[in-house]
Design a protein around this ligand. Structure first.
Ligand SMILES: C[S@@+](CC[C@H](N)C(=O)[O-])C[C@H]1O[C@@H](n2cnc3c(N)ncnc32)[C@H](O)[C@@H]1O
Length: 261
């Protein structure tokens, strides 16, 4: 790892995210959202790359429910990899999964290695969408799909003051793009059948439900684990996120594109 690598998703944050979003997940909607963005893609017997695998929930789900032959999850945070491996053991999918820590940048796989590349709410961390789209295109076999979800910007140039406020509160290394930005990057890389499906309306309601759970049923258990102050802080982040969602500045979105045969 490079010397400036630091743990953005520390144990406290991971504990809160997993409690709110479900076992193995650091992103909203859990397995239902994965099924929605995959919808008609048949993964039976295919090889898949998952960029930003986090705790491995997406990967385990794709083996158990979508019958992938092999899924390789990569993440830049070394502390998360053993957690993915433990989850794979728990669900008896060690043979079909591989989890690797990688450096940010070009992914360490040869051209045309995968039938599908996926990512759930992780490529928000990769600011250069053109370079990312080119790398995903390179890694796919002809006819292969890129199918993912991500947090998109509802603005082209500057965020609203409230969105800025939310981004500062998150304090994560984000590089958001708009739907148009993603379309351009995927198109320029050579993808066809590009689809961008906005999920803002769904998450506006869902985020309120999550915030209420954090204030209610989840509060005491999590406060014991991560401290009351951190819980109050995270609820504050959710409040700011809800404003950004309501303004349409933050837009959870499903993305897909296919490499021509
Ligand atoms: C919001 S979490 C989502 C994790 C997982 N996909 C999920 O849905 O639960 C984002 C993940 O992306 C990882 N990440 C950030 N930058 C990355 C990069 N350049 N390459 C791969 N993973 C990255 C983070 O370490 C984190 O685990």
């Amino acid at each position: 790892m490079s010397e400036d690598t630091h743990q953005e998703y520390d144990d406290g944050l991971v504990a809160v995210l997993e409690a709110v979003w479900g076992e193995g997940f650091m992103s909203p909607g859990g397995t239902d959202e994965v099924d929605r963005y995959l919808h008609d893609i048949d993964l039976n017997g295919l090889s898949v790359l998952d960029i930003g695998c986090g705790l491995g929930g997406v990967d385990i789900h794709m083996v158990l429910q979508h019958k992938v032959r092999k899924i390789v999850g990569v993440d830049i945070e070394p502390e998360l990899i053993p957690r993915c491996k433990r989850l794979a053991q728990k669900y008896n999918v060690v043979e079909q999964t591989e989890f690797l820590c990688v450096e940010p940048g070009t992914l360490p796989f040869t051209d045309a290695s995968f039938d599908m590349v996926t990512s759930k709410d992780s490529i928000i961390h990769i600011a250069d969408k053109h370079t990312l789209a080119n790398d995903i295109f390179r890694l796919l076999k002809p006819g292969g799909w890129f199918a993912a979800s991500d947090w998109l910007a509802g603005y082209e140039d500057r965020p609203s003051p409230e969105m800025k406020d939310y981004l500062v509160a998150e304090a994560l290394d984000f590089g958001l793009a708009s739907a148009d930005g993603y379309r351009k990057a995927l198109n320029a890389a050579g993808f066809i059948d590009i689809e961008v499906v906005d999920r803002n309306e769904w998450y506006c309601a869902e985020a309120r439900r999550e915030r209420d759970q954090m204030r209610g049923a989840l509060f005491d258990g999590l406060a014991n684990q991560v401290g009351k102050e951190f819980m109050e802080h995270e609820i504050g982040v959710w409040e700011k996120m809800i404003v950004a969602l309501d303004q349409g500045q933050l837009r959870p979105t499903h993305l897909r594109g296919r490499k021509p045969v």
